[in-house]
Every structure is written in C-alpha cells, then in structure tokens.
Write a protein that binds this ligand. Structure first.
Ligand SMILES: [Zn+2]
Length: 125
C-alpha cells in the first residue's frame, strides 16, 4: 500500500496535470472563439464557470475538435483518480485488486491497473 506521503505526492501530481489541462483547454477555447467569431449560437459562455459548466464545455469541445478528445479522456482519468483518493481506493488495481506499485503510480498517477493487468493484451476479463 502507498504511504500517506506517497498518496499526497500522487494527489499533487494529479492536481498539476489537471491545471495543465485547464490551461491548455482555455487556450483552445480562446482559439475557438476567435475562429468561431460571428457564430451567434449564444451558447458559448466566457469567464468563470463552475465545474459542471466547464465539464459540459469540455465535452462539447471534444466533439467539435479532435485534438481535445484525448485531453478530455485524460481529464476524466485524472478526476476519477482524485475521486479514488477520496474514496481511499487509489492505488488498487481495478482488475485484480492488487496494490499498484509506487513506481508505476509515480510515472502514471492516474493508473487504474497494475503493471501485470495493464500489460496483458485483452486480459481485462
Ligand atoms: Zn491487476
């Protein structure tokens, strides 16, 4: 199992990744709004938004811009990892329930599976 210290390191890495994604997403939105200037759909909201609004905008962006797709997936993985920290199930393989190694979590803080399960092709069931 991870120590509290290791858990905190993973959590801060996840927050840093999330901040990085948010920064890129707002750059993307700024580019989108300049490109889509004149589109009078009225659905685009600039400025501060709560988490729900952000998530909705992100999924809309992911549909309209292919580039955003992997980042949206990554964002979901990060949010789900942060949720697992709160639920105290973080660092446990979702497939075999074995603890995921600290080395792996250090490289991929949002990893869902242990090295063994992640490396078995089609071995999810
Ligand atoms: Zn596993």
């Amino acid at each position: 199992m991870l120590t509290m210290h290791q858990l905190q390191i993973c959590q801060s890495k996840l927050h840093a990744l999330q901040a990085e994604l948010n920064k890129r997403a707002s750059t993307l939105r700024a580019e989108m709004s300049s490109v889509a200037d004149g589109d009078d759909s009225g659905g685009f909201v600039q400025g501060p938004a709560d988490r729900g609004d952000l998530a909705r905008q992100d999924s809309e962006n992911a549909v309209s811009i292919g580039i955003a797709e992997t980042e949206a997936i990554l964002r979901q993985e990060i949010e789900s990892a942060l949720q697992r920290i709160e639920d105290r199930t973080f660092g446990i393989c979702e497939e075999c329930r074995a603890p995921i190694s600290a080395e792996r979590l250090s490289a991929i803080p949002y990893a869902r599976y242990c090295v063994r399960c992640a490396s078995v092709p089609g071995g999810k069931h």
